[in-house]
Structure formats: structure tokens, C-alpha cells
Design a protein around this ligand. Structure first.
Ligand SMILES: Cc1cc2nc3c(=O)[nH]c(=O)nc-3n(C[C@H](O)[C@H](O)[C@H](O)COP(=O)(O)OP(=O)(O)OC[C@H]3O[C@@H](n4cnc5c(N)ncnc54)[C@H](O)[C@@H]3O)c2cc1C
Length: 469
């Protein structure tokens, strides 16, 4: 029987493990932490009964993707839940903007037809588009016309694409999504991640997993066991020599960690490429238990799953550029998850879990709770009095918990144009690490960050194809 070792049990490690096990491979996953799941776990971080997503909360690129369909995770208990409003963007004086599932409705309420013109076609053809964007860029797209339409928008700096909008609301709504990339909004390709997430919002929504992102991990673990695989926790792997021999090895680690784990077994040309891999700015997180939820002055934000806090396009552009240069702004961009808007069972006795993070410079050493709460107060006065419990993590805490988040970079590598196109290094097969049967399968490989499992799925499929040869 063919055997495989998977190092790391994040969503990509588990996706690789499930895909291999389903193909008949005998798979063992080794996880350094006490619980499997990496960035897709859920915990009662503040109060008993108030369920927080520890990292990933929203799963736009997971719905119907090739891995989730192939693994049939719905049969292992996974259910999605959508908020009424996918994401909202409060502005001063009770103004704001909101993204609904319907691109027409969103465009109409924004009083900005450009929203429909730019994103309507991408949303309509999202199924084909998403199949292409989750593959390595050096492969031929399945839908070349649709992909070219996407590329014309995605390749632009966000501040250039934003010129298409005539209202400040539309510009701000776009900035909030573009900022997910952790890139200055004037740089080439800084629209790419925003355009993808935005098209997804109108095509499939930004769902949460019912019962917490942990439900995704639990479904993957059930699928893995069903197909004969297993997970060993508390197993930090520093070298391949620590593991029993196997035909396939999958590393759900960062590229530089992969160089260390393989040591001299990795060809120098591959190791040199991986050492050049760059990380971007960081996140500092806060989990809040908020009585009655956040009292946003802009009412639609109360019904949104995600709220982007940071004010106008211009304000967000300034702070995103600052954090990239290592400077901490007083008014950072903050991403707020209100999962209970989609999945009311996450709240307990009307106390709601709120999971927020501020964009901060790489390695930022301070707790950002006060900066985050101040930003919330700007658009939701009185929120501070409603907070009944809180916990926070600095970038160093994030990295200590999970070495893949280097310097607190939660997207596992800078989304610069070169790394968007070729990560972790330019190669026709970005997953192969050199020695026969050894692959990198983390979010530092295509298609990049997210709990969608597609990097793991692509790497496992590469391994199975190589095995056939
Ligand atoms: C605060 C926050 C919010 C986020 N929000 C979202 C969101 O809403 N939607 C979304 O899609 N994504 C989100 N993300 C990003 C998402 O969590 C990651 O992109 C995703 O988890 C990456 O998956 P992965 O499998 O590549 O690695 P990870 O989830 O990072 O898992 C890697 C695993 O490998 C283990 N490991 C590493 N090295 C070793 C070793 N040497 N030996 C043994 N085990 C090892 C780690 O302990 C970890 O369990 C968020 C992340 C954070 C931190």
C-alpha cells in the first residue's frame, strides 16, 4: 500500500490528507499542537457558550470548490450559513455601504452603476472563474475569456480601479475588500484578492460554517478517518528523519520551514527559491464577547457577517501603505467578524462573539485591543460598555501558536504581484520540493491564503499524478 506523511493539520494539510486517503493511500498526519485544524478551529475564547472562530471565519472560496465537492464534506456534517448582508462598511455620520448577494441591489443602493458593470459579469460566471483562480497561474485557464475579463480588473492597482466608481460609498466598500490582500492600494495587482472575494460575495455569498469553522475541521477529520487515515497531535516535526519512511510527504508549513525540515535532501536551486519567499504585514487580533452585539450607527452593518472598519478609501489607502513600511497608524484598518449574524447559535444569552483584527506592521509588538475598540467606537458609539469579556493576540502570539504565520502574517506570504502569480517560487509545479514524492501544500502555495483547502487538494493531486507516472 502507498503511504503518506502529512506534516501539519491546517485546512490544507487535512485537504491533502483526505484527498490522498480517498485515493487509497495510507495517510498519517502529524500536528505540533494539541488539537488539529490550524487556522480553521473554533474555541470559546471569551465566555462559556460564546463560540469564536480562532482564525478563519468566512469561507467564500470553499463553497462548491473542487476539494469540498470531491471530499463530500456535506456528508460528514458540514453546513453553510449566510448572513443577510455579506459585508458592510460604516462611514461617519451614520452613512455607509453594504454588499448584498444581489449585485443589482448592491449597485442600486450604492447609486453607482459601475459596481454592476464591473462585478456583474464576474459574479455571473463565478463558477468557471473560481475554478481558474484556485489553480497555479502557469496552467492554461479553463475559461480563457472569463479569466481575461477577471485579469483586466484584478491586475490593476486598487486606487486605479476605484476611479470607476462615482460615489464615495462604492469606493469605500471596494477599499474594505481590497484591503484583505494586506497590500498598499496603489500597487500593481492590489485589486486581485478584492475582486475575487467581491465576485464571490455576489455569486455564493460569504458563508460561515454552522457551529463554527471547527465544523469544517471536524468534517475533514471524519472524512479522513472514514478513508482509513489518522492524526497524531503533539508532534512537532523538525526533520524528515523523525518520521517513518513514506512514499509521499506533504508539508503544510511555510517555505523556509520546508527548507529546514528537508535539509540537504532539497536541491539547492529549490531551497534558494524558497529562501527568497517574502512575508507581508501582520494582524493583531481581539475576540470580544459583546452584549446585544455591536450597536453600529449605520444600521445595515448590524445585519452583516463581516464589517470593514477604516473609513473612506483615502483613509484606508494611507494606513495600508503605512503598515507595509513598518509604521503603526492610530486608526488602523480593522476587519470585524460577526458570525452570529449568520449563525445565531454562536451567541449565548444575547452575548455575541466578535472576532476582529487590525492590520499592523510585521512583528508589531503591542496589544492592539485599545486601537481596535477605538475604531469600533467611531462607528458604534457605546460598544465599549457592551464588552463583557475579551482576549487578544499580538503577531508574536499568532506565530507562537502557528509557525506558518511568520511575523504575524496571517496570509502566509506577501501578496506582491510576483508572489500572487508564482508562489512560493516560479515553477510549473509550485508544490514539488525536489525529492521524489515530497510536496509543499500550505497557503504559501497557490491559490494562497484561506481555509478553502485548495492548496492541499492541488498538491495531493500532483502527488497522485506523479505516482501514476
Ligand atoms: C485571525 C485570522 C483570521 C482569518 N480569517 C480568515 C477567513 O475569514 N477566511 C479564510 O479563508 N481564511 C482566513 N484566515 C487565513 C486562514 O486561517 C489560513 O490561510 C489557513 O488556515 C491556512 O491553512 P493551511 O492549512 O495552509 O495552514 P494553517 O492553518 O496555518 O495550519 C498549519 C498547521 O501546521 C502545523 N504545523 C506547522 N509546522 C509544523 C511542524 N513543523 N510540525 C507539525 N505541525 C506543524 C501548525 O500547528 C498548524 O496546525 C485567517 C487567519 C487568521 C489568523
Amino acid at each position: 500500500m502507498v503511504t503518506a506523511n502529512v506534516i501539519g493539520s491546517g485546512p490544507n494539510g487535512l485537504a491533502a490528507a483526505v484527498t490522498l486517503a480517498k485515493a487509497g493511500v495510507d495517510v498519517t498526519v502529524y500536528e505540533r499542537n494539541a488539537t488539529p485544524g490550524g487556522g480553521a478551529r473554533s474555541v470559546e475564547a471569551t465566555l462559556p457558550g460564546v463560540l469564536h472562530d480562532h482564525c478563519a471565519g468566512f469561507h467564500a472560496l470553499s463553497v462548491n470548490n473542487a476539494f469540498f465537492m470531491d471530499a463530500e464534506l456535506a456528508n460528514f456534517g458540514l453546513e453553510w450559513a449566510l448572513p443577510e448582508i455579506q459585508y458592510a462598511h460604516p462611514l461617519d455620520y451614520g452613512h455607509g455601504a453594504a454588499a448584498y448577494r444581489s449585485v443589482d441591489q448592491t449597485s442600486r443602493l450604492l447609486h453607482d452603476p459601475a459596481w454592476q458593470t464591473l462585478f456583474g459579469p464576474l459574479a455571473r460566471h463565478f463558477a468557471k472563474l473560481s475554478a481558474d483562480v484556485v489553480q497555479p497561474m502557469l496552467q492554461l485557464p479553463q475559461s480563457p475569456i472569463g479569466f481575461a475579463r477577471f485579469g483586466l480588473r484584478a491586475g490593476l492597482p486598487a486606487n486605479v480601479l476605484a476611479k470607476a466608481f462615482r460615489t464615495e460609498q462604492a469606493k469605500a466598500l471596494f477599499a474594505g475588500v481590497a484591503a484583505h490582500a494586506f497590500r498598499p492600494l496603489h500597487t500593481l495587482g492590489s485589486s486581485a484578492i478584492g475582486v475575487t472575494l467581491l465576485a464571490a460575495a455576489h455569486a455564493v455569498g460569504w458563508p460561515v460554517a454552522k457551529g463554527g469553522s471547527q465544523a469544517i475541521v471536524d468534517a475533514m477529520l471524519k472524512a479522513l478517518v472514514h478513508h482509513g487515515g489518522r492524526v497524531e497531535t503533539g508532534a512537532h516535526i523538525d526533520s524528515l528523519a523523525e518520521l517513518p519512511a513514506a512514499d509521499i510527504v506533504m508539508l503544510n508549513t511555510g517555505p523556509r520551514a520546508a527548507v529546514d525540515i528537508l535539509g540537504p535532501a532539497m536541491p539547492e536551486r529549490v531551497a534558494a527559491g524558497l529562501r527568497r519567499f517574502r512575508y507581508g504585514p501582520a494582524a493583531a487580533t481581539v475576540s470580544l464577547a459583546v452584549e446585544g452585539g455591536i450597536p453600529w450607527t449605520y444600521e445595515p452593518a448590524r445585519r452583516a457577517g463581516t464589517v470593514h472598519v477604516g473609513g473612506s478609501f483615502a483613509e484606508i489607502a494611507v494606513v495600508e501603505a503605512q503598515i507595509t513600511k513598518g509604521k503603526m497608524p492610530d486608526n488602523p484598518y480593522v476587519l470585524v467578524g460577526q458570525q452570529s449574524a449568520a449563525d445565531p447559535g454562536r451567541a449565548h444569552n444575547n452575548v455575541h462573539p466578535i472576532d476582529a483584527y487590525a492590520h499592523v506592521p510585521s512583528g508589531y509588538p503591542h496589544d492592539a485591543t485599545e486601537l481596535i475598540v477605538r475604531q469600533l467606537e467611531r462607528f458604534a458609539p457605546g460598544v465599549r460598555e457592551r464588552i463583557v469579556a475579551q482576549t487578544s493576540r499580538t503577531p508574536a502570539d499568532l506565530e507562537a501558536e502557528n509557525p506558518n504565520f511568520v511575523g504575524g502574517d496571517i496570509v502566509s506570504g506577501a501578496n506582491s504581484m510576483d508572489q500572487l502569480l508564482f508562489r512560493p517560487r516560479p515553477s510549473f509545479n509550485p508544490y514539488r520540493l525536489g525529492p521524489t514524492g515530497v510536496y509543499l501544500c500550505s497557503a504559501s502555495t497557490p491559490p494562497g491564503a484561506g481555509a478553502h483547502g485548495m492548496a492541499g487538494f492541488n498538491a495531493a493531486r500532483s502527488a497522485l499524478e506523479d505516482l501514476q507516472r
